[in-house]
Design a protein around this ligand. Structure first.
Ligand SMILES: *[C@@H]1O[C@H](CO)[C@@H](O)[C@H](O)[C@H]1NC(C)=O
Ligand SMILES: *[C@@H]1O[C@H](CO)[C@@H](O)[C@H](O)[C@H]1NC(C)=O
Ligand SMILES: *[C@@H]1O[C@H](CO)[C@@H](O)[C@H](O)[C@H]1NC(C)=O
Ligand SMILES: *[C@@H]1O[C@H](CO)[C@@H](O)[C@H](O)[C@H]1NC(C)=O
Length: 520
């Protein structure tokens, strides 16, 4: 098993193993392995963010010191010369040969590299030895600065030498908040969402609106959104973040990047736990419930599925995913898209991430890389649709824990007869949106705005409170934008009175806001 114990392999296997283990040269490695196991054990069962995430629900901005991670004896020791050499070699390898184009076949490799960065972050965090910590931190910063040049911002000198540490220091720990990227184009929906969160659902989570410069979101539109902070005296004001002041846009081109800003908004936000919502998301419940969602509390990352559609139709996409994911996680093995070859896995309209966990932070760096200009133009947005699939893919490749909400996307809409073949008509639920449920299978949110059909010209002012919903059934997709999609062969459920009241109030508010948006 170890090259230098070769002569002893001539003895019986059992003897050989024992001698190998207690060989003074190998003994140190064994101790190191045991120590690493202990550290991983401690991290696995006492993840840094898990205790905090429950508190944050009630005290979203409470600043407390992080519980210290129990350090083992060996973490006082200096690294051996061999260990320092290994660290230097890996650092030089990753900085001399950063992942460059063509990118398509290198998504997996970046994931493997980021797992090593994650291990360094963990080791730097758990060692009590300042020399060792400095060595790991230096390695991390060198690799990150080379591979993710956008982290180095010309007007923040510290980001030249310490891009990641500077970014992490900007996070308020522990904190949780809602991040809504928007431009002038989607400001109407952002206004509906913020208005509903604060004045219908009474959410007091802090909200940060993220945009790419004044030409992306005009000052008057920021003022409009700021005016929606809500009636509650305990609700914080709406915060604004110009992403161009945080990241160097040269390799990102976020001003014209559409969806691409989302991953960077999540990374740049001061919130340690980010609830990233598309401007056109619609909530049935306070987003606070997400922070208590078992999957998020356990894993630190909660994602939602898209609809199960188009089985076997995207063979090339599946080949690519399989070529990059060499060691699928249990989440992948459980995925019907992965196993049964449906077309789309993620609805990224809502993503919840705890950046306080090293593995999630590096996973998010992978997602950002996928959404950087050259990578998204060459591959990400060519093989899959926008940023949708980049979230689970990045977390999976970088070895982070994450979990999907149990169900694939459902529907909220209206009951309607649906043609199934020549003579066959069944009752289904039809609309233009994808609905998602919480951990207790109650409606939580949908993707697609409060409008009846957001995508259809001439329907810009048509609102209607939905009545029915369905999940875990079969999709019948409309062919064109004006054709509704339906779900059939499942249980047709009624929205509760409370759910309808929330939507009625949200629509009333949206209609009054539309007057302001049009005036502006
Ligand atoms: C570790 O190395 C530093 C710098 O070489 C030295 O000052 C320190 O005494 C060493 N610590 C231990 C515990 O050996
Ligand atoms: C929000 O607060 C208002 C005013 O106190 C109240 O009428 C309404 O029921 C609350 N909404 C929710 C969803 O609890
Ligand atoms: C996922 O499935 C593959 C192929 O069956 C298997 O080799 C792997 O061990 C599984 N992964 C997990 C984490 O269970
Ligand atoms: C939102 O829903 C539409 C279908 O209406 C889907 O095509 C799209 O991918 C979803 N958006 C995101 C960000 O996942």
């Amino acid at each position: 098993m170890l090259a230098w114990s070769e002569p002893k392999l001539l003895l019986s296997q059992k003897m050989s193993l024992l001698t190998t283990l207690f060989n003074p040269r190998n003994f140190r490695l064994v101790i190191a392995a045991i120590a690493t196991t202990c550290i991983l054990f401690v991290l696995l069962f006492f993840p840094r963010g898990s205790a905090a995430s429950l508190d944050m629900t009630r005290f979203p901005d409470l600043k407390t010191t992080q519980p210290p991670i129990t350090a083992t004896e060996t973490t006082h020791a200096n690294l051996t010369t061999a260990e320092v050499t290994l660290l230097t070699d890996l650092t030089q390898y990753f900085t001399d040969y950063p992942i460059e184009k063509p990118f398509k076949e290198r998504y997996g490799e970046l994931g493997r590299r980021l797992r090593i960065v994650r291990d360094w972050l963990t080791l730097a965090q758990t060692t009590n030895n300042p020399t060792t910590r400095a060595l790991y931190q230096d390695a991390i910063e060198q690799v990150v600065a080379t591979q993710f040049p956008f982290l180095t911002h010309p007007s923040h000198p510290a980001t030249t030498t310490h891009p990641l540490a500077t970014l992490r220091a900007s996070f308020t720990a522990p904190s949780a908040g809602i991040v809504i990227p928007t431009s002038d184009k989607t400001v109407r929906y952002a206004a509906h969402l913020i208005g509903a969160l604060r004045s219908v659902l009474n959410s007091t989570l802090p909200i940060q609106v993220v945009y790419a410069g004044d030409s992306d979101l005009a000052a008057r539109n920021r003022d409009l959104l700021a005016s929606l902070a809500g009636p509650s005296p305990t609700a914080p004001t709406i915060e604004f973040l110009d992403i161009l002041t945080v990241f160097d846009d040269a390799t990102l081109q976020l001003q014209t990047g559409g969806w691409a800003i989302k991953a960077f908004a999540a990374l740049a936000s001061r919130f340690e736990t980010v609830i990233l919502a598309d401007a056109d998301a619609v909530f049935f419940q306070q987003p606070e419930v997400l922070l208590e969602h078992e999957a998020f509390v356990q894993r630190g990352a909660l994602l939602f599925h898209d609809r199960l559609l188009w089985q076997y139709a995207f063979e090339e996409r599946h080949q690519w995913w399989h070529s990059q994911i060499r060691r699928p996680s249990a989440v992948m093995n459980d995925s019907r898209v992965w196993v049964e070859k449906y077309a789309e896995e993620g609805d990224s309209g809502l993503v919840v991430l705890n950046k306080g966990r090293a593995e999630i932070l590096v996973g998010l760096l992978h997602v950002c890389w996928q959404n950087s200009y050259e990578v998204r133009e060459e591959t990400t947005y060519k093989i899959t649709y926008g940023d949708k699939e980049s979230w689970w893919f990045g977390l999976e490749l970088a070895g982070a824990e994450y979990e999907f909400s149990r169900h694939y996307g459902g529907i909220v809409g209206w009951e309607s007869p649906v043609e199934r073949g020549a003579q066959n008509v069944v009752d289904g639920v039809c609309s233009f949106v994808i609905a998602h449920v919480d951990a207790r299978d109650r409606l939580l949110w949908w993707n697609g705005s409060l409008l009846k059909n957001k995508g259809q010209l001439g329907m810009e002012n048509e609102y209607q409170v939905p009545e029915k919903w369905m999940i875990d059934a079969e999709w019948v997709k409309g062919a064109r934008k004006q054709d509704a999609s339906c779900m059939v062969n499942g249980v047709i459920r009624d929205l509760t009175g409370e759910e309808k009241r929330v939507l009625e109030r949200s629509i009333e508010l949206a209609q009054s806001l539309d007057k302001l948006v049009q005036l502006g």
